[in-house]
Design a protein around this ligand. Sequence first.
Ligand code: AMP
Length: 413
Amino acid sequence: MQAPRGTFDVLPEDAERRQVVEGHVRRILGAAGYRRIETPTFEATELFSRGVGEATDIVRKEMYTFDDGGGRSVTLRPEGTAPVCRAYIEHGMHKLPQPVKLWYLGSFYRREAPQRGRYRQFWQVGAEVIGSAEAATDAELILLLAELLEALGVRETRLRLSSLGTPETRAEYREELKQYLRAHEGRLSGEVRERIDINPMRAFDSGDPGTREVMAGAPTLLARLSGEDAEHFAQVRAMLDDADLRYELDPTLVRGLDYYTRTVFEFTSDALGAQSGVGGGGRYDRLMEQLEGPPTPASGWAAGIERMLLATGELPTAPDLVDLYVAIADQSAARRAFELARDARRAGLGAQLELAGRSLKGQLKQAGRLRSRYVAIIGAESEISLKDMESGDQRKLHPAAVIPTILRGSRLS
Ligand code: AMP
């Protein structure tokens, strides 16, 4: 049997690399006052159709939706922002001192065509700041993601940045863009033409040569921002400039989720192939209202764990420390060996017991593979031989002396 298409197993060596990622996330986001939140893997379908937007690819064709057996439609979460907002509303977090800064790390589900870097179950780390409209919030979030990518050694990153303004500006602009697209309909790809009314912005994403030519002359939303939105964007840019973070202004930046307002951004890595997006996000000032919560400005990002790992070079993982390997030289000693390993762990040591019935020679080899500092050899007699694997020295000890000797780390000779 095989795992379903587009899914993968996280094997122990993969899990160790992921643990390193999580360590950096905790350190970097923790230092900026973000606290972890985890929401359920499935939610009411309505949360995503309302929150992410009916017109998006995610809601139209990528969600794993099923009946929960009681006539309610539920969906495996395709993204984390709408669930975090749902939790914010449900737990009355607007009564807490604002903003509320949160991060999450978990698995998400989209029925996409699987390829390298694109899976049907994937993992994201995300950060959200809820209850602040400040430009500094957006700049902070972007800088934290940049710091995380740098800490992980994600190679050849680029940051694209834009602003979508308010929904009203966007609605006016959409009409203008639709008119423009209709005026050039003959040169657009069939797919883009069909979706002029549903989602004209996606025309900027098209790889079709004719469409690309048309879009090169299309009006941009960035040029239509209202005074306040333009000022907000200028502030975000100034803070990124002050931090010496390089970015490309990209007025065509379209993200696959409908809830964004004002700032949007995306980090890509040229070390990746077609699926080059490692993480992105933006401001979503109206989402909370769409979910029937109090009007609350907010901003956030999500980054793909697999994509970040694909785009890093060597990510050094700390090997598990084994202080003691308990070898069994005679079967009559099996229970004493078990007890010694247990006592050693209780004393805070990393201890492993022979569990595969190897010969004594095989056990010493195994202890070497695990890079254990010491091996305790327990045989029929009551004394235990303790071997220092680095120096090769070996000494017979009273059983009660084994753990203290290791704890002292003293040399055996
Ligand atoms: P999004 O939620 O679409 O803004 O995606 C944020 C990040 O999640 C992307 O930049 C990717 O790194 C990652 N991501 C999104 N979809 C997938 C997928 N199907 N497989 C793997 N990673 C994904």
